[in-house]
Ligand binder design. Structure first.
Ligand SMILES: Nc1ncnc2c1ncn2[C@@H]1O[C@H](COP(=O)(O)OP(=O)(O)O)[C@@H](O)[C@H]1O
Ligand SMILES: CC(=O)N[C@@H](CCC(=O)OP(=O)(O)O)C(=O)O
Length: 295
């Protein structure tokens, strides 16, 4: 790889100015998916990107997942885990591990790596200041044997009920970077596991975020032939979910994009977190790298 000379470097930095101005003092929620984590160098680049956003006047908020990491820990402990429509069926034993992995190790690892880049990150979850209070997720599906619609019980899987952004706003006001795990209390006193995409959408909505970025392990939403769709309307996204082109974990992601747009988030992008400096490439250059979902 040939590195740019000093003039080219200065040119590249100068090009970022209009984008820095566009996002100045605006909130950008970055959902950092479990599949985008794992590589030390990429993790460092992500932490540096988030710190640079803060340094340039943007208010970054990180919401992270950790599905594969939860899966590994469950396997180590001999707990079998099953997904239905992209959501983990979560019993009592599973939710304890989910909280340990998400709000414990992963959250603190991200906080530490941002702080190592000179940022000041604070680790939180839905329980802090009752930021997010979960409602048990109610799902129904048609039973193939009887053809009757039945309730699917996913256990301690929640969806964001109420969101109180008081603590988040305080943290942002102090130039700190909130890093949030998608675990939340329910009004029944139980702990709920919330899909990180859904959680990020609720946080972005409550903060009227300018952008919501989903960092995952694919370039964006792919069509039937595996090609990247650069821009996707809500109507077309619904068609692709109905015909099975969009499946698995991409379903809650796209559903969240649609809800976030409804809640007033200005732009939602799904992009490849395995591309070094994906966040800066998306926000501070004129060529977005992922799929922009638009109304
Ligand atoms: N049409 C599609 N385009 C891209 N990815 C898709 C599509 N349909 C299903 N997927 C799957 O969705 C995955 C991303 O969702 P998920 O595994 O939940 O990621 P993350 O852990 O980053 O939230 C991709 O790795 C891919 O396997
Ligand atoms: C209910 C549900 O499925 N919760 C997710 C929470 C973590 C998550 O969403 O992580 P990713 O963003 O890495 O997929 C889970 O248990 O895996």
């Amino acid at each position: 790889m040939t590195l740019p000379d000093n003039h080219s470097r200065a040119h590249i930095i100068a090009q970022a100015l209009p984008y820095m101005q566009r996002y100045d003092n605006r909130t950008v929620v970055v959902k950092y998916g479990g599949h985008a984590m794992g590589d030390a160098e990429l993790g460092k680049a992500f932490a540096r990107n988030v710190t640079l956003l803060r340094q340039s006047g943007v208010n970054p908020v990180v919401v992270h997942g950790g599905g594969p990491q939860i899966g590994k820990m469950l396997t180590r402990l001999g707990i079998v885990s099953e997904f239905k429509a992209g959501l983990r069926v979560t019993d009592k034993a599973t939710v304890e591990i989910v909280e340990m992995v998400l709000a414990g190790s992963i959250n603190k690892e991200i906080v530490q790596s941002i702080n190592a880049e000179g940022g000041r990150a604070v680790g939180l979850c839905g329980k802090d200041g009752n930021m997010v209070v979960a409602e048990k997720l109610q799902r129904t599906a048609v039973d193939p044997d009887s053809n009757i619609e039945k309730v699917v019980d996913l256990g301690f899987v929640g969806e964001p009920g109420t969101v109180n952004s008081t603590v988040l706003k305080l943290v942002l006001k102090e130039d700190l970077i909130p890093v949030i795990a998608p675990v939340a209390p329910g009004i029944d006193g139980a702990t709920y596991n919330i899909n990180a995409d859904t959680f990020a959408g609720a946080i972005a909505g409550s903060l009227n975020a300018k952008r919501l970025l989903f960092l995952t392990d694919v370039p964006g939403v792919l069509d039937k032939d595996g090609n990247l769709i650069k821009q996707l309307s809500v109507a077309r996204a619904r068609e692709l979910m109905a015909d099975g082109t969009i499946s698995g974990g991409m379903i809650p992601k796209v559903e969240t994009c649609i809800e976030a747009l409804d809640r007033g988030v200005e732009g939602v992008v799904i992009l490849d977190g395995k591309v070094p400096h994906a966040v800066l490439l998306e926000l501070f250059t004129d060529r977005g790298i992922g799929t922009l979902i638009c109304p």
